[in-house]
Design a protein around this ligand. Structure first.
Ligand code: NG1
Length: 401
């Protein structure tokens, strides 16, 4: 059986209740932002290519209240162990904000430093149902939830949603030290219930693709294997792409075609560089084809493209791991599975599998038998992007409703 994703209202009520308990008064604002799963289009966002993610029903919720001080007082509760962590910092001079300890607070400091309107000091409680370090964008969910909170507290709402995503991406670059593309923050801001989103990372144009009722679902499998060396390996991959584009005299690999691989070979470019470029060039083509297949409900084609994507990430981009490969091969053994691939940066984290609804239990059983670790499973349904939530809840009992 797949893990039951915590109900969004339960996460909201828990954040509001924890706020009242810890700060002795009620929160006046409550916001949330979702994690995401990328269906196809991996390591293409920082190459100005296409990506096809969807927002998840797993969310990060922040309950808050202005505190008439220049301070930001933050409390986060880790769902897994139920422990509370608290920190505070001064926001009267936001230019002076710097990343530091605890690390989780950097994902809040970053958006604060990148927010341009006047802000009051505030108390806040953060609770999340997005698994951390699983390639489901828990960091983007926290950055975008924070930015949404700042908009609500200041009344200064960003007109262009892509500007909001870009500010949160800058926060990730500057305060988490990860030179990521725009995908995670963008889908966390722009996700729409019942839809995947084709995003052109060059001009940030989008196309919503309805996930109509059908016989198939996307199953996310968390390997629960830690990311190893992911930031340095990520930077290395990104730099190889930039170097390949430079050799081809192109602004980015988005402008490259398959024929350019021969140009690189003729230039006697490093074999590794050619492999990295081949992944990106073919993945951009695959992602556009996959979006068309999804629109046409051609799931067989979509699954085939997912398989090709994984194989390219494994052999050419070399970001898979033995855990991810083992999950993918166990999935592909099942009859009702149309395609399976790693999702996110790789080096650990999750896979995503397109499977007939009636075969989900058999798929989970087979993975549990073949995989040496302890995986967790989620059926992914597309949820909405960041938003304000209500602050009312029943206070008649301490229990959740
Ligand atoms: P995850 O899997 O969330 O670490 C990373 C990047 C994305 C994108 C994908 C690969 C971060 C925060 N995000 O995602 O921008 O490049 O890898 O497609 O590093």
């Amino acid at each position: 059986m797949a893990t039951v994703i915590p109900d969004k209202n339960d996460v909201r009520v828990k954040a509001l209740q924890t706020f009242a308990k810890e700060f002795g008064e009620d929160a006046t604002v409550c916001v949330c932002a979702p994690g995401r799963v990328n269906l196809i289009g991996e390591h293409t966002d920082y190459n100005e290519g296409f990506v096809l993610p969807m927002a998840l029903p797993m969310i990060t919720v922040i309950a808050a209240r202005p505190n008439q001080s220049p301070k930001c007082v933050l409390i986060t509760m880790s769902d897994a162990i139920g422990t509370i962590s608290r920190t505070e910092f001064d926001i009267s001079n936001r230019d002076a904000l710097k990343p530091g300890e605890p690390k989780w607070a950097n994902y809040i400091k970053g958006p604060i430093a990148n927010f341009t309107c006047t802000l009051p000091g505030f108390d806040a409680v953060i609770i999340s149902s997005v698994p951390v370090g699983a390639g489901l964008s828990s960091s983007a969910a926290l950055e975008v939830a924070t930015y949404t909170l700042l908009e609500a507290l200041s009344g200064c709402r960003t007109v262009k949603l892509s500007d909001k995503a870009a500010a949160c991406q800058r926060a990730e670059h500057e305060f988490a030290g990860v030179p990521c593309g725009i995908m995670d923050q963008f889908i966390s801001v722009m996700g729409q219930e019942g839809h995947a989103l084709l995003l052109d990372c060059r001009d940030l144009s989008t196309k919503l693709i309805p996930m109509v009722q059908n016989d198939y679902v996307f199953l996310i499998t968390n390997s629960n294997a830690p990311h190893k060396l992911s930031t340095s390996q990520y930077t290395e991959r990104r730099d190889a792409c930039y170097a390949a584009a430079k050799k081809l005299n192109l602004k980015s690999l988005r402008d490259a075609t398959i024929k350019d691989l021969d140009v690189l070979k003729a230039q006697k470019a490093d074999e590794v560089l050619i492999k990295r470029a081949r992944h990106v060039i073919t993945e951009i083509i695959r992602t556009q084809a996959a979006a068309q297949a999804l629109e046409a409900s051609d799931f067989v084609k979509f699954g085939h493209l997912m398989n090709e994507s994984h194989d390219s990430l494994q052999k050419d981009y070399e970001v898979s791991s033995k855990e991810l490969d083992s999950l993918v091969s166990a999935a592909r053994e099942i009859d009702g599975v149309l395609g399976s691939r790693l999702t996110g940066a790789g080096f650990g984290g999750c896979t995503v599998t397109l499977v007939r609804k009636g075969s989900v239990d058999e798929l989970i059983k087979n993975i549990k038998q073949k995989y040496s670790g302890t995986p967790t499973f989620y059926v992914a349904t597309p949820g909405p992007g960041a938003r304000e939530m209500g602050i009312n809840y029943c206070k008649c009992t301490d229990e959740l409703h």
